[in-house]
Unconditional design. Sequence first.
Length: 608
Amino acid sequence: MCGIVGYIGESQAAPILLDGLSKLEYRGYDSAGIAIYDGEKIEMQKVMGRLKVLEEQTHGGETMPGTLGIGHTRWATHGCPSDTNAHPHFNKEHTIVVVHNGIIENYGKLKQKLVKKGYQFLSETDTEVLVHLLTEYYEGDPIAAIERVMRRVEGSYALGIMFLDHPHHIYAARKDSPLIVGRSSMGNLIASDVPAVLKYTRSVYYMENEEIACLSRENIRFYNIDGDELEKEASTIEWDIDAAEKGGYEHFMLKEIYEQPKAVRDTLSPRLKDTDVVIDELGMSDEEIREIKKITIVACGSAYHAGMTGKYVLEGMARIPVEVDLASEFRYRNPIYEDGTLAVIISQSGETADSLAALREAKKHGSRVLGIVNVVGSSIAREADNVMYTWAGPEISVATTKAYSAQIAALYLLALKFAKVRAAITKEEFMNLKRDLEQLPEQIETLLGMKEKIQRFANRYLAANHMFFIGRGVDYAIALEGSLKLKEISYVHSEAYAAGELKHGTISLIEDGTLVVAVATQEQLYPKTISNIVEVKTRGAFVMAVTNFGHKEIEKTADYVIYIPKTSSYFTNSLAIIPLQLFGYYVSLGKGLDVDKPRNLAKSVTVE
């Protein structure tokens, strides 16, 4: 959530800031602003609403000359969306300006103290505390002032800072909120994420917690919170800018849905060998794998749903007990940490605040931590004991599709590896499962060819106010994700239920015309799911079923059927989710909504 871009160099800063912020729109925001040093003073322009309003007001940045500046897209936490609450924020004298991602948890106490000292607050934001604290502590040395502020504030932050009397530098600092620094021949940049700088450089530094950066046109210096200078190595971004562009698709979400065969193939192929699964980055010997007594999967949102799939697959295939926790609940339920527990933290961005906090809590209690993330060099990737990357490439749309598919592919690999090492499956079973995994990308491509059929069905339900998704076993995990996709981008109230729970209250909500999506891919549970379909049909529901090829008898019960290719019962999630993603997309499209940037949502949730 929120986006920061800063630039110092030889070119005009404002157009670069606006371009960079446009590459961060996927993070979610409600206002935007930039501050530029024009050679004499710092000029600021900020607006509520979309970035295009700011671009129009500044004529693409032409009305704000200067080669040094910082910019921001805000996602409201403290204070409603407004011009005043938008970033950047000035001090009274307009000599210090700040942009901030994150939340200052003790801002209330700090604000009271600053007000007593005579500081006046113009906004409702927690960020304004930072700029006044900097003013309070500044005695000519920006690094010293930033250090003092970092020691006083509690919470999370990524900061971009300019000082009027240091007109040849940009300063940055971070704690628990992502921030990168880019080096290019035309100058240097700071940003919340790689797409903002990829047009200008592939060489980036990932800032660590409680680090400070000082950028000039030619140099970049890093410091710790004690003021000691640090040596850091730059990373090279391998993917190109085309991967972060729409490439002719109407929306990033549709493009990313169509990129799923490649994302799944890229995640699986390097690790599937002739008669083995090789996960070098796992860093565990066969003996250590055999000693695992329990796995705890911790994640948020769609990653949590991937974890639910992982539970069914790991327990069924590898016979290891698995717990799945919402990261936002994990720390606060006072979990029991046992010897032999492997904690698996799943996150697309690798920066999800609750998941990162859960990782640290697990490590503090001695658990081994494996991160499954999509972003190289992200906080979870750096702090986990080991990291397994999903090779989905950049995902821009707020509603995840290809990153989710890559996550469950990674979990399949983990389950197959553990099952083989622990002798929970035979050699023949291993080879059959491996073959099914290898076929998944091609089978996903087959399902993508059904998009017109799904679009026609979606158009019939644009006026629906309530929908229900049901399934059993792995199908329940699919239902959870299908329901989330729909509600995220179409704003239709949707709920997912384990099908066997219908009679425990939910069935009272079914009435004539209610759409129920029934997922029935688990052969051993198929008759029971058919019974649940009959239950809702007799109460007036219209049923769309997703099932395996060959189950023609379901057409006697369901009103509309989508068939998926046959695969192992463990892997049906990778196939059944495709029509549900397309259904959600086309409902949103038909309602005329902003598919890629749904209201109130952010791509990377870096605050609790």
